[in-house]
Ligand binder design. Structure first.
Ligand code: NAD
Length: 361
């Protein structure tokens, strides 16, 4: 295991994407969002993604320094095409459009299609929350067919995340942000690279037996080689039985079909689609009941007596804030296998041995 200070890791990942063809500004933005995912504890959406982003770039499925195309533009609605740009570039462009329209109208919706991987969806809820806005996000990852529906064995859904952000004056926002699969695919990837194992029964093998072995998803793999989910025969299971499976379907239909990204299917590149709805609580509630009621109710929920082994009831977003504070001090922990895979990918775009050594020195 190595522990790398966040700033040092951001500088290194910036160098990697600048060498791979992104402008310095985009490279730093990608690095910033990836390392933030690590800092918030979502290693599945952190720097481990460097390898797949470079592979997609080399295949032409991801394009540097894109700007969204606005296809539909009304006072409260936009449909935007991410043109296969990095999600860390076209994602915030789409969210900024939603924020602008919501501030004008009190309510806005933005449908984003053909975005490169937009990473941790909580980033976009946090971006809206900083502006005092509530946001709701339905997302799909078309082309990334990974998840078996309730009662099924075959892959039909992507990990289709769902996210809601609620701002709180003077406090961190509430951010509910999760994949609609038992685990996000990246968590299977982390497990395959020597990180935290996936929970019991998170995967289902082609013959229907439940499993925790990443090889069900990736097929046989070598320690620092690529992980290609098209090589495996099993699936990740949808979370929450019929209810979670239903929410996954809704994310596919709203984040995929309605945005024009397309619901998930095989034989096409991975792109994220996101339907985001933005609400300005100040416009819904001019009497300012909401903020006080959120504070009162959250305190009441947190006051619950706890089950054995649990210190306190947490509100969505709290675990991420805690991990952020901790890792801000201790650095980003990366299993040796993860770091070896990132270093191997960095070499392919011309990063020197000396530069790689500096990071862990
Ligand atoms: P997860 O299972 O870790 O759940 C995270 C959510 O649960 C957060 O809202 C967190 O605050 C809350 N939470 C965790 N522990 C809690 C506790 N003890 N009490 C109360 N709340 C708690 O998340 P996941 O499903 O593994 O998803 C990880 C990340 O992957 C998310 O950021 C998601 O957006 C991202 N993702 C992205 C894509 C994509 O295509 N871009 C696809 C899937 C997932």
């Amino acid at each position: 295991m190595v522990a790398i200070p966040a700033e040092k890791l951001i500088d290194f990942v910036t160098d990697v994407f600048a060498h791979a063809g992104s402008s310095q500004a985009e490279a730093r933005r990608i690095a910033g969002y990836l390392v933030t995912a690590n800092l918030t504890g979502h290693d599945s959406h952190g720097v481990i993604r460097v390898t797949s982003y470079l592979r997609w770039l080399a295949q032409g499925n991801l394009k540097p320094d894109q700007s969204v195309d606005v296809l539909v533009d009304t006072p409260s609605l936009a449909v935007v095409d991410g043109r296969f740009g990095f999600g860390q570039t076209v994602g915030p462009q789409a969210v900024a459009i939603g924020i602008g329209k919501c501030k004008e109208n009190g309510l806005a919706a933005v449908a984003l299609r053909n975005a490169g991987h937009i990473g941790r969806i909580g980033d976009w809820a946090e971006m809206a929350a900083v502006e005092g806005l509530i946001s709701i996000h339905f997302v799909n990852a078309a082309g990334s067919v990974l998840v078996a529906p309730f009662g099924g064995v075959e892959r039909k859904f992507s990990t289709a995340p769902y996210c809601v952000g609620i701002p709180r004056p003077g406090q961190a926002p509430i951010v509910l942000d999760f994949a609609t699969s038992v685990v996000a695919e990246g968590k299977v990837m982390v497990a395959s690279r020597g990180g935290k194992p996936v929970p019991k029964g998170a995967l289902v093998a082609a013959d229907g037996h439940l499993s925790e072995d990443p090889a069900e998803l990736y097929g046989p793999y070598s320690p620092d080689g690529p992980r290609d989910h098209s090589k495996g025969t099993g699936a990740i299971r949808a979370f929450g039985e019929h209810k979670g499976s239903g929410l996954a379907l809704i994310c596919e239909l709203l984040g995929g079909a309605l945005t024009g990204n397309g619901a998930t299917r095989t034989g096409r590149p991975m792109t994220n689609g996101m339907l985001a709805i933005y609400i300005d609580p100040a416009r819904v509630d001019p009497a300012h009941f909401f903020d006080g009621e959120v504070a009162r109710y959250v305190a009441d929920v947190k006051s619950s007596r706890t089950v054995a082994g649990v210190d306190s009831v947490l509100i969505p977003g709290e675990p991420e804030q805690r991990t952020r504070a901790e890792r801000g001090k201790t650095g980003v922990p990366l299993p040796d296998e993860t770091w070896a895979a990132i270093a191997a990918a960095a070499r392919t775009v011309g990063i020197t041995e000396e530069r790689i050594r500096q990071v862990t020195a």
